[in-house]
Design a protein around this ligand. Sequence first.
Ligand SMILES: C[S@@+](CC[C@H](N)C(=O)[O-])C[C@H]1O[C@@H](n2cnc3c(N)ncnc32)[C@H](O)[C@@H]1O
Length: 252
Amino acid sequence: MDSGRDERSHFQDGTSQLHPRRGRLTLGQSQNHNVMKTIASISTVPLALATFLTLFPTAGHAADPNAITEEARDKFIQNFQRIGLNTTPGDAMLLRILVQSTGAKRGVEVGSATGYGAIQMGVGFERTGGRLITIDIDPDMVRQCRANLAQAGLDKTVTVVEGDALKVLPTLEGEFDFVFIDALKQDYLKYLKAIEPKLKRGAVVVADNVIRSANQMRDYLEYVQSSPTYETTTVRASMEKNDGMTISFKRR
Ligand SMILES: C[S@@+](CC[C@H](N)C(=O)[O-])C[C@H]1O[C@@H](n2cnc3c(N)ncnc32)[C@H](O)[C@@H]1O
């Protein structure tokens, strides 16, 4: 209960100090001075802390071993030793742009190889605050893909799952808004059907090699081009492989 009297600390040298948190606001000059000194000492603590953290921003945190500068990442992508299976730089950049421009949050790639496409999509997902799952059946590809993603500082954004996509896709939980299909050409429609129940309205489905391998994926092309669920176009983002990709928008 408030007694209405000033609450003070009394010291041995005969001086006393008003307690600043419990004291009343009507103070005499010397009391006021003491309170101001106390308040000043309290308020300089956060100020000093803020200055310290500005000068040493990582203080108090363990350094992130995966931290990489944008320049270092760009250089890594530029010097990436692509293998024949990897998507072309033009196609991979189109994938990244699609992820970013649609603001996709949950993506899945069918067929990772060594991760060139996953890295470019990963940059996009990092920027949208999303995540990508990439699946490959070949353990050696999985190992290389994981190592490359770690080097690009994207191993927290992209998860590599080892296994047959036809078995893995039905086990994935939640909804997806971005899909990149790039594994066995004759199985494209099966991959799409396996993930389709989890596709959000507005999802984008991209399929690679749809020009040169068109004969092996007739059922897929017919499905995305004639189904009222999808709006589909074919694009050629690079001439490197004389090939192209379909982009399908799930409109309902
Ligand atoms: C063309 S590469 C993928 C290239 C990759 N998307 C990129 O952007 O660099 C095809 C990959 O699909 C993988 N693959 C083939 N059949 C698969 C399946 N049933 N499930 C998962 N991955 C498969 C192969 O091991 C191969 O690494």
